[in-house]
Design a protein around this ligand. Sequence first.
Ligand code: TXA
Ligand code: MG
Length: 315
Amino acid sequence: MTKSNTEILRADAAGVGRAALLLERGGLVALPTETVYGLAADARNASAVAQIYAAKGRPSFNPLIVHVSDAAVARRFALWSDAAEVLTAAFWPGPLTLVLPLGPDHGLSSLVTAGLESVAIRVPAHQTARAVLTAFGGPLAAPSANPSGRISATTADHVLAGLDGRINAVLDDGPCAVGVESTIMALTGPRPTLLRAGGLPAETIEAALGETLDHANGAEIIAPGQLASHYAPRAAMRLDAVAPAKGEVMLGFGRVPGDLTLSASGDLTEAAANLFDHLHQLDAMEKPIAVAPIPDHGLGRALNDRLRRAAAPRP
Ligand code: TXA
Ligand code: MG
């Protein structure tokens, strides 16, 4: 049997330092938070974020939560409001994620936001997660550290059972105290809206805000990638195209060249890292978009899922 290349790090200064170094190099590190273990990567590094989807085998690009060390850092990435001020003062650090409008010059990979104009941010309370954020000094994208469709990991053994050999390291600091994911609230519309029930009870949030929360409908919670607000180009899209028709702009892949090419070498990780930026750029040309065929395996499944949704008839 070959030995796994996933490092098991202790939650001491050396382990935290090693985790931060791997993250700086674009690696994937599973970390404990107070809710569940997260699979972290540099949220500004598109290919590192693409590797998260590859390691989890996620068949679609759901937006990810950005973890930061405090509210001052969060303000670099998102637009603030009175409600954001009240909630972050009351509940950060802790198991509350806020979906806020993206700020200018945020520098986050568009794969983190799945091309949306909003971003989910939280400040974890777990001391080891906080130590890594401080040592790393930047924003970390981190979904739960489990293969897609499997239950979330609340110990390092759970992480290894699902992801051993697929990630650079796991930082082992025992079981997570909360054990369920963070509560997710959107502050992007006229009313504060609960998107996902989680570690912080909705009643506690309502008491702090002095108002009741709207509730997103179930479909949005189960499949956030299908949120009505999810980015779709304004232009018509034609998939599996081997060449552009007259008047079309072309999104290339592999041997099919385009005005922009997801990956000339046919690398699916590179393609995923480029997907949303390329779609935005082609959309700005205000012409119909033809898209080269993408192989339907590995990250290609998530690319094709996103492209099919972008090409679907608009409501
Ligand atoms: O407790 C937690 O929140 C854990 C730990 C690791 O922090 N993380 C976690 O991440 O549960 P994940 O990727 O499994 O869940 C992220 C969810 C998405 O599925 C989506 O529902 C929501 O966050 N989300 C992220 N960005 C969003 C956005 N811009 N708009 C709406 N929902 C968003
Ligand atoms: Mg999850």
